[in-house]
Design a protein around this ligand. Structure first.
Ligand code: GLN
Length: 189
């Protein structure tokens, strides 16, 4: 049995809770440092990264998040979450936590059409919403999947980053790959 938290301060956390429940985990909303206790994994959802940064600061969550990530449990950072987890953010520049050795550019997939769907180079259904683009990856970063040859699903140690929204595609490959399959515990509200 495993308990997986989803940062629930802003953005698309609800569908991640559902996806985790579908793959058999107890999904828990994380709003403050105490909520991280006893978790076996964590999701940083999409949304608006500038707002999320402010809310994380207001909740005094950054040290606890850093400790959790440093503890080696699996972490999935999607879209705005990837922007927070990156080492370097441009378009415009923004503070970030530096857990993934990548440079990302905000809102860099399609200026006019902010949202679109496509297939990854390995055939995964991808949903992009004002998605960040990964401009470069460090030597320690594994590229798991690409879109038109560009990295969109990456991993460095226990931290996985996605430009797209795996919780919106109706498939659960990414959640299963990061957290494994649990024994159907459901969402804890
Ligand atoms: N464009 C958003 C940002 O810069 C991220 C978009 C998303 O999470 N869907 O924070």
């Amino acid at each position: 049995m495993s308990r997986v938290g989803v940062l629930a301060l802003q953005g698309g956390f609800a569908r991640h809770l559902e996806a985790l429940a579908v793959v058999g985990h107890t999904a828990v909303e994380v709003r403050g440092p105490r909520d991280l206790r006893g978790l076996d994994g964590l999701v940083l959802p999409g949304g608006e990264s500038t707002t999320q940064l402010k809310l994380i600061a207001r909740a005094a969550l950054e040290p606890a998040l850093a400790q959790f990530v440093g503890g080696g449990k699996p972490v999935l950072a999607t879209c705005a979450g990837l922007i927070l987890a990156a080492c370097s953010v441009v378009g415009p520049e923004q503070a970030s936590f530096g857990w993934l050795d990548v440079e990302v550019s905000r809102n860099a997939y399609g200026r006019q059409v902010h949202s679109f769907e496509g297939r990854s180079d390995k055939g995964l259904h991808l949903v992009f919403i004002r998605a960040p683009r990964i401009l470069s990856v460090g030597a320690g970063v594994e590229v798991v999947d690409t879109f038109n040859g560009e990295p969109v699903w990456i991993r460095q140690g226990n931290v996985v980053g996605c430009c797209f929204h795996p919780e919106l595609s109706g498939a659960t490959e990414v959640h299963r790959s990061v957290f494994g399959v649990g024994a159907a515990q459901g969402v804890e509200l």
